[in-house]
Ligand binder design. Sequence first.
Ligand code: NAP
Length: 309
Amino acid sequence: MSLKLGLVGIGKIARDQHIPAIAADPRFSLVACASRNARVDGVANFADVATMLAEVSDLDAISICTPPQAHFDAALAALRAGKHVMLEKPPAATTREIALLQDEAARHGRTLFQTWHSRFAPAVSAARDWVRQATLTGGTIHWKEDVHQWHPGQQWLWDAGGLGVFDPGINALSILTEVLGAEAFVRQAVLEFPENQQAPIAARLDLRTEAGLVIDAEFDFRQKGEQVWDIELHGATGRLRLSRGGSALEIDGRLVVDRPAMEGEYAGLYARFAELCAAGRSEVDWRPFQLVADAFLIGERRTVAAHQV
Ligand code: NAP
């Protein structure tokens, strides 16, 4: 029997990735959507989560695709109604919110799957295997994209809690924390805020591990021309380059994985969600989100030219 699923927040990622991935997975059937302005054909549509939960009482699970500022209320209502919950990244608006949701899931015996889709990118597991046998000496992250190309009109990115350039940048941190095998922390940060916005358009992070490894990370939303989503890690005897958001991998200059961007990421997420629901387990890892929160805490703040969304 498939899990009856409700989808919340019908925007770009819901249409591009979630709806096709759910349709392709026989363990789920999409029966309802909750979105203030959008509708999905062939399912029951509601303007808000509370109404969906009240009207479709046999829902098993909900998957939340709204911006992070709207995650907590929706997830809390669903867990309290006894539903399993899958959350898009970034997980919430504050670190405490995600901790409270984890407690709530445990209290109700329901699954909370707090996702990091980039960890399911085609080259990430091979990168992790390489890192685990390497003695690392350093690394860099370059995550630079044109916000007008990838996030047109998304004002929520620029509002308080929207994370700005860290909305894509947290994907790099999710991969780093997955492959590293050591705990990273933010030693120093510089954040550039457009004079008319509440979130950074660019950031530089000096990341360290307890063992003294240094990883320099640069995030920039003003990139023109080639778009860059690269992580490079150097070892005593070789180097790794994970590019295109984790879909390509070079080891010592030799291309060993080369797949289309985002291939299989959402199929992998829904497969994991089905396994977690069946096993009665949750999966929550807010370390990437803590790194971003710490960058906001410790970061030097610079004001730069206004940005028009
Ligand atoms: P989007 O196109 O703006 O869609 C989000 C939808 O959420 C909106 O269309 C809106 O639908 C609903 N919503 C509910 N509360 C909202 C609020 N307070 N402010 C704005 N919208 C609200 O955004 P998206 O690109 O799909 O991204 C959504 C989440 O997915 C983000 O956390 C993002 O990081 C993540 N994500 C995005 C991508 C991508 O490529 N775009 C990739 C991976 C993950 P209604 O107005 O109908 O309620």
